[in-house]
Write a protein that binds this ligand. Sequence first.
Ligand SMILES: O=C(/C=C/c1ccc(O)cc1)O[C@@H]1O[C@H](CO)[C@@H](O)[C@H](O)[C@H]1O
Length: 520
Amino acid sequence: MKGLAYCLVFLSLLSQLLAASHNIHRSQFPEDFLFGTSTSSVQVEGAYLEGNKSLTNWDVFSHIPGKIKGGGNPDVAADHYHRYLEDIELMHSMGVNTYRFSISWSRILPSGRFGQVNQAGIDFYSNLINELLNRGIQPFVTLNHFDIPQELEDRYGAWLSPQIQQDFGYFAEVCFKAFGDRVKYWCTFNEPNLMIKFGYIIGTIPPGRCSQPSGDCPAGNSALEPYIAAHNVILSHATATNIYRKNYQAKQGGSIGIVISAYWYEPLRNIPADISATERLLAFENAWFVDPIMFGDYPPEMRQILGSRLPIFSEEDRRKLGNKLDFIGINHYSTLYVQDCMFFPCKPGDSLGDTFALTTGERDGRSIGTLTPMPMSYVVPQGMHRVVHYFQKRYNNTVMYITENGYPQESSRDVSNKKDILNDKERVEYLKNYLASLYVAIRNGANVKGYFVWSLIDNFEWVFGYTLRFGLHYVDFNTLERTPKLSARWYKEFLNGSPSPLQLIKGIDLFKSRRILPFL
Ligand SMILES: O=C(/C=C/c1ccc(O)cc1)O[C@@H]1O[C@H](CO)[C@@H](O)[C@H](O)[C@H]1O
């Protein structure tokens, strides 16, 4: 009896100890769960003029003075184009079983749909895919991660023209044909919601179009263009998915989905106006692209506010959209509070475009979580299971992958504090806690089948250039040498890890009780 009592006390102390360090174990996720890292072509490849590649919209935009913090550009980036074998070794040494990367449209079809398929581009990705498979790493491929051949922008205004639907379908088909025998996971778009928001509402990324009061741009219309561009993106997704379903899926046996940038939002005040503003913002940001694909139309919250500004899906469009998707990719980093601007006055220009909602990281002077070096990006682990729950409920538990989750470090291109950057304890804590929250989502029945850390290596962080580092591996941007950070070693230990002491004791599930994870 006494022995048992001691044993229970010991167990309870042990569980508190483990809870304190928020330990999470590989064995808590299904064996066939995908664990990987993510990158994108513009951000890591470099070699911007090699292999017959044409200029992308980002090549052009990043060379305009003042657009990129610190003046960086993706000309060389992390030189992954030449170092992909080394990068596969980094992945292999961590023990990941998947790698999410994107294919550069400008490498495959330098002129969009006009002109030849570029064999050098096909060869690069083909070699990459073969080497990944040799190492037991599943390629998880994004067709569009913000970049397009500049020619499409110049010829017809890219996403503003319905022409792009056919062109994107053509590009997708070239990829299915060339790589689909080996690639079993396709994402049509990465974060189209964010691409449209920053490209056509606020105007800080290509094509840099907007109007007052949303932003200050030489041309654009923040009240109309985002909805037209989004419409063409949604129908481009439908076109590509249609082609995959009809001609490739049965014999290649893969799946196809779309990736959404998914912040989680909490009402600032416990009042109906803020609660419905939160719902509204989630509809405008997260459901904007997924509702049409899953239900054939935009979220009712958007239709109500935008009326005729929101394009209509024709009968034929709806037929195409009927192919829906196989999975939803969720990029999740942070959570913000939402304040209503429909019934309460906000400062003009503060609320985001048509959403009549204002986001903030603070309530009564206290921040929602630790602020990361990225503006408006706070550490709020419980946002992970909440955002997954939103998609689980709204889309009938369609398969989900967490296609990105990660932590930024502030830096300059030439670092003086490499030692501190390598010792990225904050990132390790962040990843552990977000994974623990993901575990809660899965325990609650969410159909999540994979998780990717953004990013494998430090890279070109869009408008932040080289001033933010997201890598599990440090990149010296002068020598291009890679060095594992503490977080790479942690991920490796996690992936190869032995079960926790408590799991060795049969019948005890560390996460069964909410009590031992008070932070969730
Ligand atoms: O979520 C974003 C954010 C982009 C942004 C924020 C603020 C701006 O002003 C402009 C762009 O991208 C995702 O998250 C990552 C880490 O950021 C990016 O590196 C990925 O490429 C992308 O999929």
